[in-house]
Write a protein that binds this ligand. Structure first.
Ligand code: ZN
Length: 346
């Protein structure tokens, strides 16, 4: 009868041990190692499919993590978000209920980012800089009257209202979005429809002893993209793969196509006494004045503290977005951000 590998090994080591008593224990140890290795090997060999699938699953999860906001986002999330957006904007018959939930507040557990561009616009203008000789600019009569009135309770918001356009990582700028640029000062531009309210706000602040400083309103698509790509190349120069570089970049610079600065409705505002873009700005008189009064001129603090899980942008007490007075007042009074406003009123 043919002996098995196990039997052959045992008899081999037994013979050696019988010939030389001193080798009894070394032989026993060697026998255990050989048989142990043999059995483990056989176990792997008979379960190759099982192990291969475990290895595959592990590799899949590892790679999908580092891809999270790069290629996959572009191929799936971005396109999907844009479709949802145009479906709702394009056809107001589709209600939130029919869509089965909140298309505006989505699961935003990605890493937070700041809406700051790389080579930060050094130009910054105060009211005096802007008005120059024309410094006796006054708020137009009917505008002032309107400002003193309360927002009517039965005001109906229109999802097609340009002032309320929702732009974030999940809702990129709609392809057919168009607007005219107006000049604030020299090359500093924004949507021309908000210039009047902006100047009115700056003037009202000045009356309260606050000298607002406007920075980086409109940024062209090109500029946002150039800055974004420049940063990707820098990370790649440090040895990161393209995908990792993309992910790191998207954490510090808003993904092109998802910044409100690109539609001229957002402004970064500081003061002539505190120009840092940091959370400390919120504690200054200017930061407090803006948080309280900007809504009276149609501006809202777009990325508030405590809403990061919805906006996916860090708290930015300097970043203001024009949404119109009616919506801005509601957002301040109810302490809600634009995504929440969409869910509740549109
Ligand atoms: Zn900003």
């Amino acid at each position: 009868m043919k002996k098995t590998f196990r039997e052959k090994t045992i008899s081999f080591f037994t013979r050696i041990a019988k010939k030389n008593k001193l080798l009894k224990y070394p032989c026993l140890a060697a026998l255990s190692i050989v048989l142990g290795t043999y059995h483990i090997g056989r176990y792997f060999a008979s379960n190759t499919k099982r192990f291969a699938s475990v290895v595959f699953v592990v590799i899949f999860f590892m790679t999908s993590c580092s891809f999270s906001f790069a290629v996959l986002a572009e191929k799936t999330g971005f396109v999907k978000a844009q479709e949802t957006y145009s479906a709702v904007i394009g056809d107001s018959d589709i209600t939130l209920a029919e869509e089965g939930g909140s298309p505006y507040i989505e699961d935003m557990d990605e890493d937070l980012s700041y809406d700051i561009e790389e080579d930060y616009e050094s130009d910054a203008y105060t009211l005096d800089d802007i008005l120059g000789d024309d410094a006796d600019y006054t708020v137009e009569g009917d505008q002032q009257e309107e400002l003193s009135q309360q927002v009517s309770e039965d005001y109906v918001f229109d999802p097609d209202d340009w002032r309320l356009v929702l732009i974030n990582k999940q809702h990129p700028i709609p392809d057919d979005y168009s607007f005219d640029l107006g000049t604030i000062k020299d090359g500093m531009l924004c949507d021309e429809r908000i210039v009047g309210d902006l100047l009115a706000m700056m003037q009202a602040a000045k009356k309260d002893g606050i000298n607002l400083m406007i920075r980086s309103p409109y940024r062209s698509d090109n500029r946002q993209e150039t800055n974004f790509n420049k940063r990707i190349r820098r990370y790649m120069g440090q040895g990161y793969s393209y995908l990792d570089a993309y992910k790191l970049t998207s954490q510090v610079i808003t993904v092109p196509g998802a910044s409100e600065h690109q539609v001229g409705l957002a402004l970064d505002i500081t003061s002539d006494t505190y120009s840092n873009l940091d959370e400390g700005f919120a504690e200054t008189d200017t930061g407090k004045w803006l948080a309280e009064h900007s809504c009276e001129y149609g501006f809202t603090l777009r990325y508030p503290a405590g809403k990061e899980y919805i906006t996916s942008i860090e708290y930015e007490p300097w970043h203001f977005r024009y949404v119109g007075r009616e919506a801005a007042v509601i957002m301040r009074d109810e302490g809600i951000c634009l995504e929440e406003f969409w869910d509740k009123y549109l």
